[in-house]
Design a binder for this molecule. Sequence first.
Ligand code: NDP
Length: 485
Amino acid sequence: MPYPTQPTASHFVNGAYVEDTAGAEIPVIYPATGEQIALVHEATPAIIEHALNSAKAAQKAWAALSGTERGRILRRAAEMIRERNHDLSVLETYDTGKPMSETLYVDATSGADALEYFGGLAGSLTGEHIQLGDDWVYTRREALGVCIGIGAWNYPTQIACWKGAPALACGNAMVFKPSETTPLCALKVAEILHEAGLPAGLYNVIQGTGAVGAPLVSDPRVDKVSLTGSVPTGRKVYAAAAAGIKNVTMELGGKSPLIIFDDASLEDAVGGAILANFYSSGQVCSNGTRVFVQKGIKEAFLARLHERLSEAVIGDPMDEATNFGPMVSENQMKIVQSYIEKGKADGARLVCGGARLEREGYYLEPTVFADVKDDMIIAREEIFGPVMAVLDFDAEDDAIARANATEFGLSAGVFTSDLTRGHRVIAQLQAGSCFINSYNDAPVEAPFGGSKQSGVGRENSKAAIEHYSQMKSVYVRMGAVDAPF
Ligand code: NDP
């Protein structure tokens, strides 16, 4: 890879890069060309042991520091990430294929936001005092212990930071397993955290497939598991964590509705629908892939959408003029192609796209289906690619009922110029992360996560603190103990 500061080994454990070539080889493929750009090895049982032991050994002393001391290190790491944003963005682009026009602005930078935000909160994590006559109770907010983070491949730097920052702020240690598809970025996060002063053992990254993730989840040294992944993986990981009564955060998939009313600004609604379906080539969990468009605006919406999609600059992700890149892998491209075929077979109207590009790499065209019916597969299953399904509706109540008729509940959006309607509709949509006249904004200050089968718990915001710490309550008696015998 023509990249000077790539990670120097497969794993980062106990404050240093480590290698164990006995682990199975995981080739790292650049999705824009299909070329192998790096090779990492799956963690062997010895590496897993090393990571869990290091985390366990380091955690107590870390939790014993003041929150301000912990936070200072996280904020220093945030600054270093910002200073190195360009190189980290290049690495993110190699790992995922996402264009530099995205990675420069939303990947390392949002990771830095999380480290800065939770670094800032760390000093004010407190319990409370509850007076009970002369007696009193106080609560202590304590760390959980060793946390496991397991990541998806679409936002490898961001996921590594969104899980690591609140975990470390609360005094925990973390062992993070990236997706085997995108193993590189989390290693740089670990390297920078330790360069910023994080003591060895507190943020470890080990590589591998689900076969490495599974023993981490069930290990008795582990107190909490945070997964970003699909619903089927979530079911398995949640069940394994439940066997050990472990805390969990589950950030899972979605098939989110975006409802566009006749009175919406056409240009904003089209822009919102583009952001909700084609950013990162559609590989975003919260995407609004079921676009319900009120009949009066439908044809104008489709025409303008088609026009704007034809302006997408599809090409070399390293060229900052490119704003639409390849799918993350050949496998993901094939999954999406099979959904496009199902859409056609079920009778949806292909408005634009639908084909693989005639060039190297795993490029698909931005694809829009209209006249989609609720029971079609492309309207029910998460595709995780650049495929928008447009559905018609007449009445508000009908749109709400159909939007909610899904097992998922990650996100939802509404476009309307009637703000009363906007709030009324969003209040009835069963989803965790919602938008009015916008889509897919994810500032660190806002809770992020799903309801129904899309997840458990919340990332980001003060809400994440609840998921990376526990309360101890201490009753203090000031007088004599009055026992019955
Ligand atoms: P997967 O569910 O396939 O994998 C997620 C992670 O879990 C990977 O690191 C995977 O390893 C690992 N894993 C798989 N099986 C197990 C197991 N039994 N025990 C422990 N770990 C396991 O998801 P993808 O990587 O394909 O990512 C896409 C999915 O992620 C989509 O459904 C998307 O919606 C969701 N997602 C959710 C987000 C949210 O915040 N709600 C954000 C981003 C994505 P490996 O793949 O290396 O084998």
